[in-house]
Write a protein that binds this ligand. Structure first.
Ligand code: ADP
Length: 166
């Protein structure tokens, strides 16, 4: 069975990676798909996020990294994925995720949403928290893979340089 794991991954964290790793033991193939969302201004370009995801999942042969735009359900059907995978951290994720799952179910009965509980050590972790820490020079080594930590340092150093606001 093939599963689709959609998200912004701006950037990928150890929370996402843990979920991808566990899912790759459950499914024959896991498609990690970066949503090209015209309403969101990401910190990392699509190319950067695809590169980060490919590099941190290169040891997982069942994982394929790609991008999509439009409805997740349509992309899942197109990719012949029966399952949309989402991670649940705290109760606060639940309401939104359930609404999303119900919306998707109303659009197609060929695709089911499965939730995976976050690993406890990553339950507080989100891409925005990581960016907040990195922005103010905090250590993110325990939150994201090394290659992403380097990209974060570059992102915020460049920002400082460009604005001259040092
Ligand atoms: P989105 O913008 O679609 O929420 P994200 O990249 O923030 O995209 O998250 C993609 C998926 O990964 C979501 O299902 C989210 O709940 C899940 N996720 C995010 N952080 C973690 C984490 N620390 N542990 C487990 N799952 C997570």
């Amino acid at each position: 069975m093939r599963a689709l794991y959609p998200g912004s991954f701006d950037p990928v964290t150890f929370g996402h990676l843990d979920l991808i790793q566990r899912a790759s033991q459950l499914f024959d193939e896991v498609i990690v798909a970066v949503l090209r969302n015209p309403n969101k201004q990401p910190s990392f370009s699509l190319e950067e996020r695809l590169e980060q995801l490919s590099s941190v999942t290169s040891h997982l042969p069942q994982v394929r990294v790609t991008s999509f735009e439009g409805l997740t359900v349509h992309f899942a059907l197109e990719q012949d994925a029966r399952v949309i995978l989402r991670g649940l951290r705290a109760l606060s994720d639940f309401e939104f995720e359930l609404q999303l799952a119900h919306t998707n179910a109303s659009l197609s009965d060929q695709v089911d949403t499965l939730f995976m509980a976050t690993a406890v050590p990553h339950s507080f972790l989100s891409s925005s928290v990581v960016k907040e820490v990195a922005r103010f020079g905090g250590d993110v080594q325990h939150l994201v893979p090394e290659t992403v930590a380097i990209d974060l340092r570059r992102l915020f150093n460049q920002r400082v340089d460009v604005s001259g606001d040092r």
